[in-house]
Ligand binder design. Structure first.
Ligand SMILES: *Cc1c(COP(=O)(O)O)cnc(C)c1O
Length: 365
């Protein structure tokens, strides 16, 4: 496809979709990432040919040659976003053009071709359209969308591949917190780092997650829900969690998050929180926060709240921190007022229950 031409999708409906009764049973308690809809989107890319063969088709295994480049050198990127059912029966996406842009940035970092942002958004619109009956009616549920792309070329040489497959799948998900928002505990790993300057920390690539799993396992061994990573150079400043950005709320009302210096994933919820907090009159700052200050300020009470944020859990209070140097609570281990207000503001905008002055919501239907 040359620039400017719109890619047409061939629609091949699944000849054997899940029955309405079976779907209803699956949607009672979908959990996260366990069940999938009837369809997927696929688009192919080849050097010299561009993007071609855009399809909406039955979700099915992807045949792959054992020498496909992704299986060896991990050229793979992904995105994560949600389609929300609105009170009036419509369907919303939250800032899909931001996901599209970030997908392009990730692609460039991994030496992959950039899918045109309008094709990215169009692919999700078509997937949600054909599978819209899979969006849970539970007001805390949503349809999680997972667009991804990988090197499909059959070649073991080490260089950027010249063939890629873009795929989008959808998975109904329930409330992230069943039984109300509960603060999580985090383990500050002394052993592992997530991203170094010049590395891939700002790209949403599967490899970052592969490298974080052992640290997450270490967190669980220490009785924590999540791992928090410190910077790779000084092992001193807070970067982020395995898949969520982190915010600090102080007694003077200031809201602080570490700056985007290339080792932190530029979260769309992070950016939205910065905007909403500033509009609510908080002083917002993007500046480094050291782990020693985190502990000292939590213990003195100057630090009132800490939360993690990302599409999956929106805004999640952090109530307890553990490290080899000991452990401490934040805000007595209870969810903070600023945290919960920001969470509610975001959820209301995402679901169309509050005005959307920033034009963050794309109404699909
Ligand atoms: C996806 C992701 C986030 C959150 O990004 P959102 O756009 O807010 O969902 C944060 N950190 C990492 C490492 C991520 O992969």
């Amino acid at each position: 496809m040359s620039g400017g031409d719109k890619l047409d999708f061939e629609i091949r409906p699944n000849p054997a979709p899940v029955s309405a009764a079976d779907r209803a049973a699956l949607l009672v308690n979908p959990g996260f990432g366990r069940i999938f809809t009837d369809h997927m989107v696929t688009i192919r890319y080849a050097d010299g040919k561009g993007w071609y063969d855009a399809r909406v088709e039955a979700r099915a295994p992807i045949p792959m040659d054992p020498a496909a480049a992704v299986l060896h050198y991990a050229q793979e990127i992904f995105e994560g976003m949600k389609a929300y059912r609105t009170a009036d029966g419509g369907v919303n996406l939250f800032r899909p053009e931001a996901n599209a842009a970030r997908f392009g940035v990730s692609a460039q970092r991994m030496a992959m071709p950039v899918l045109p942002p309008e094709t990215f958004v169009d692919s999700l619109r078509r997937l949600v359209e054909i599978d819209r009956d899979w969006i849970p009616t539970d007001p805390d549920g949503s349809l999680y969308l997972r667009p991804f792309m990988f090197a499909s070329e059959v070649f073991l040489g080490v260089r950027p591949a010249n063939e890629y497959l873009y795929v989008a799948i959808a998975s109904p998900v329930g409330a992230y917190f069943s039984g109300g928002v509960k603060p999580v505990s985090v383990w500050a790993t002394p052993e592992y780092t997530r991203a170094a300057p010049g590395g891939t920390g700002a790209a949403k690539c599967g490899g970052n997650y592969a490298a974080s799993l052992v640290a997450q396992a270490e967190a669980i061994e220490h009785g924590c829900d999540q791992v928090v990573f410190l910077d790779a150079v000084e092992r001193r400043y807070v970067d982020e969690l395995g898949g969520m950005n982190v915010f600090f709320v102080y007694d003077d009302g200031s809201v602080v998050t570490p700056p985007l210096t290339g080792t932190i994933l530029p979260g769309i919820i992070r950016e939205s929180v910065l905007t909403l907090a500033a509009e609510s009159g908080h002083r917002v700052q993007e500046r480094p926060v050291s782990f020693e200050d985190w502990q000292a300020d939590a213990e003195s009470g100057r630090l009132r709240e800490v939360f993690a944020c990302g599409t999956a859990a929106v805004v999640t209070p952090i109530g307890q921190v553990k490290s080899p140097a000991g452990e401490f609570l934040i805000g007595g281990g209870e969810p903070g007022r600023v945290t919960m207000a920001l969470r509610q503001q975001l959820v209301d905008i995402q679901r169309g229950d509050a005005p959307d002055p920033h034009g963050w919501v794309t109404r699909l239907f």
